[in-house]
Write a protein that binds this ligand. Structure first.
Ligand SMILES: *Cc1c(COP(=O)(O)O)cnc(C)c1O
Length: 222
């Protein structure tokens, strides 16, 4: 199947309220162009340098999402044009994004990344850290970031009940935040969960943004 066929198959299976981030990390410009020509406009990348190279050579109406672990010292490179950062995994990073956004005269949309998966290596706020951070209210002082919602990954396992329960935990934190810290903020509306292997489960658990790479572009070469 071509990239175009993959995209249209995925679109057919997505409910209307779910947006699709085409995760194009490690794939060549030509592959992204093919997805673009098929109508895809949101692309997700995980490395600042790679993103910059791609952004320069592809059409300007693409909305670039950052989905990988972001180091504070790299924020300045993506701040001028990034459309949404999914992977804000600590307070210091959020402050740095705010600072760089201010320098660019922008407000940058962000998601707070929640860590629930079993793997040690995954980044993010634990459920307790997330609640604690929001209850302190310090995010309200950051004028140049807008927290749009949360992002999370399920454990990498064949145990679908575990995947369901990971997504459920993330969804509950999303609604917790929506009814407390963001109760009067209509823009807090994004629940980013689900990748190639588990996006159907994620949608069943309430996701409204899926991040799909392999099922669109095929296997990545590292
Ligand atoms: C790579 C990546 C994806 C896409 O994974 P696939 O399994 O290829 O769909 C989604 N989200 C994040 C955070 C990623 O790093």
């Amino acid at each position: 199947m071509s990239i175009k066929d993959n995209l249209s198959a995925i679109h057919t299976s997505l409910p209307e309220n779910v947006s699709l981030v085409a995760v194009s990390k490690f794939h060549p410009i030509e592959a992204l162009q093919e997805a673009y020509d098929a109508g895809q406009r949101i692309f997700g990348e995980s490395r600042e340098q790679e993103l910059e190279t791609k952004a320069k050579s592809l059409p300007h109406d693409i909305r670039w999402h950052f989905i990988g672990h972001l180091q504070s010292n790299k924020v300045k490179y993506i701040a001028p044009y990034i459309s949404l950062i999914h992977s804000v995994d600590n307070e210091k990073l959020l402050k740095e994004i705010n600072k760089q956004a201010e320098k660019c005269g922008r407000v940058i949309d962000c998601l707070l990344q929640i860590h629930v998966a079993q793997e040690e290596t995954k980044f993010g706020f634990t459920p307790d850290e997330f609640k604690q951070y929001l209850s302190e209210g310090k995010h309200t002082e950051l004028r140049n970031v807008r927290i749009r919602g949360v992002m999370g990954m399920a454990s990498n396992t064949d145990d679908t009940s575990r995947i369901h329960s990971d997504f459920k935990t993330i969804r509950e934190l999303f609604f917790y935040a929506k009814s407390t810290a963001f109760a009067t903020d209509d823009y807090f509306d994004t629940l980013s969960m689900g990748m190639s292997g588990d996006y159907e489960i994620a949608i069943g658990e309430g996701s409204n943004m899926v991040r799909i790479g392999t099922a669109i572009f095929g296997q990545r070469e590292y």
